[in-house]
Write a protein that binds this ligand. Structure first.
Ligand code: ADP
Length: 186
């Protein structure tokens, strides 16, 4: 099963992706987590993306696409995966389509986890993970970037007939229940 879990910052993608990973035994691939790990380990990639990530802007498409392509070579992704935080621009979505095609694979579904802006800001401020991009100013930038650059990605997959919409309001369990009933009926 190959799934994209899509949604604005604070929608709960990471939380739900981990639950899906556990239940269905398919690995989660989170570009944001990979960048945070690279920064923490002070790798070359980490050094290149640190200031961009901290500003709340997007890492350049080529950097992200190269990272995803290299990561997916690992045989652990052969039976499927759940993408969280990627693709985030139309150019990334197009590049991902080429990666799928080269590997003879297809995407099963693109799930849009939907939560309104007021609730997102509340959640991010409450989560207290100590992320340097979780301050009110950076969250504002991230939401703007999301609305301008990332939201159009949903239409891209809608045109491919792959879009599923899931209400992201409610408890973690309630939302997971909505996701599993969708995935179990694919
Ligand atoms: P959130 O969804 O809460 O913003 P993420 O962990 O997905 O958190 O992303 C954090 C940051 O990592 C983004 O603001 C961006 O700078 C960078 N990033 C993650 N994924 C991508 C991507 N696909 N394209 C560009 N930048 C990305």
């Amino acid at each position: 099963m190959r799934i994209i879990l899509f949604g604005p910052p604070g929608a709960g993608k990471g939380t739900q992706a981990k639950l899906i990973q556990e239940k269905y035994g398919i690995p989660q691939l989170s570009t944001g987590e990979m960048f945070r790990a690279a920064i923490k380990n002070e790798t070359d990639l980490g050094k290149r993306v640190k200031s961009i990530m901290e500003s709340g802007e997007l890492v350049p498409d080529q950097t992200v696409v190269d990272l995803v392509a290299e990561t997916l070579i690992d045989p652990k992704y052969d039976n499927g995966y759940i993408l969280d935080g990627f693709p985030r621009t139309i150019a990334q979505a197009e590049a991902f389509d080429r990666i799928l095609e080269e590997n003879g694979n297809e995407l099963d579904t693109f799930i849009s986890l939907e939560v309104e802006d007021d609730e997102l800001i509340k959640r991010i401020m409450a989560r207290g993970e100590g992320r340097s991009d979780d301050t009110p100013e950076k969250v504002k930038v991230r939401l703007e970037v999301y609305n301008n650059e990332t939201a159009p990605v949903k239409n891209y997959y809608e045109q491919q007939g792959k879009l599923s919409i899931v209400n992201g309001l409610g408890s973690i369990d309630e939302i997971f229940e909505r996701l599993t009933s969708l995935l179990d009926n694919l």
